[in-house]
Design a protein around this ligand. Structure first.
Ligand code: KIV
Length: 286
């Protein structure tokens, strides 16, 4: 697999990706990018070291997603992830970065009871972890939560389409197929914008529907399995870098083969230890 070096857009002084500033990206920078028609990349991150690599690579927005349940905590779904887990890992990602806007995910059970619970947990992520924004699943069904959190001064991203926290009712399948479902999705996206969300994630949505939503909104859309016409694209980093074991979603593109690289390094170390080739003189104190 070849690694392609992406080229930053030509006026790179103020772009989100490849921009020169070192201060944290804000939601105002995100809004300005939509006005310029600039596309931008977003990755998930779950620890300080990996986040620092992505920050140095110029990734302008990182999501401490509840996908950590699958990628880092060994759960089968995102449902068991807790506020304590998200807060701990979000704080690490914030500490590992200087420029990226860090979005903390509100996990299942942390906002469904109502706006007061949602605000309490969003506030915890901002105060204890230092995130610049939070994400929650649902359009109209999370409207009052979005409104109160935004009115309280915390930027919100809405997550529409396939919402993994609803796996037990929704399953993992493409959402928004057919006129009625597409209309409902557009309505949800507009409601999220109206409630004050500064961006909308569209997961596993037909490309044409995502394109229509992107044209209809003033705020940016962030696609994951939503075709090429959203304003931004997000991937789960372990899928993107080939660290995930087994099958990854069809919408993922694998840019490296970290699972093989890391496994080979571990085996080489083990072989050296067993065969007596490590440590050598240069690794040894006298
Ligand atoms: O938790 C997560 O990583 C997400 C992205 C897939 C958007 O919600």
């Amino acid at each position: 697999m070849t690694l392609q070096a992406a080229q930053p857009p030509s006026d790179s002084s103020r772009t989100l990706y490849g921009g020169k500033g070192t201060r944290r990206i804000t939601v105002h920078d995100i809004a300005a990018a939509k006005e310029r028609g600039e596309k931008w990349p977003m990755l998930t991150a779950y620890d300080a070291m990996t986040a620092s690599v992505f920050d140095e690579a110029g990734i302008p927005v990182m999501l401490v997603g509840d996908s950590m349940g699958n990628t880092h905590l060994g759960y089968e779904t995102t449902v068991p992830v807790t506020m304590d887990e998200i807060t701990l890992l979000s704080a690490a990602v914030v500490r590992g970065t200087q420029r990226a806007l860090i979005i903390g995910d509100l996990p299942f059970g942390s906002y469904q009871e109502g706006p007061v619970q949602a605000l309490r947990n969003a506030t915890r992520l901002v105060k204890e972890a230092g995130v610049g924004a939070v994400k929650l699943e649902g359009g109209r069904r999370s409207l009052v939560q979005t409104e109160l959190i935004v009115q309280s001064g915390i930027p919100v991203v809405s997550h529409l389409g396939l919402t993994p926290q609803s796996v037990n009712t929704m399953g993992y399948r493409v959402q928004g197929r057919g006129d009625e479902a597409a209309h409902r999705l557009l309505h949800d996206a507009k409601a999220a914008q109206e409630a004050g969300a500064f961006a909308v994630v569209l997961e596993m949505v037909p490309a044409e529907v995502a394109a229509e939503i992107t044209r209809s909104l003033q705020i940016p859309t962030v696609g994951i399995g939503a075709g090429p016409d959203t304003d931004a694209q997000v991937l789960v980093w372990t899928d993107m870098a080939g660290l995930t074991a087994g099958k990854v979603p069809r919408f993922t593109k694998q840019y490296a083969d970290l699972r093989r690289t890391l496994g080979d390094a571990a085996k080489a170390f083990a072989d050296d230890v067993v065969g007596g080739a490590f440590p050598q003189e240069e690794h040894t104190f006298h």
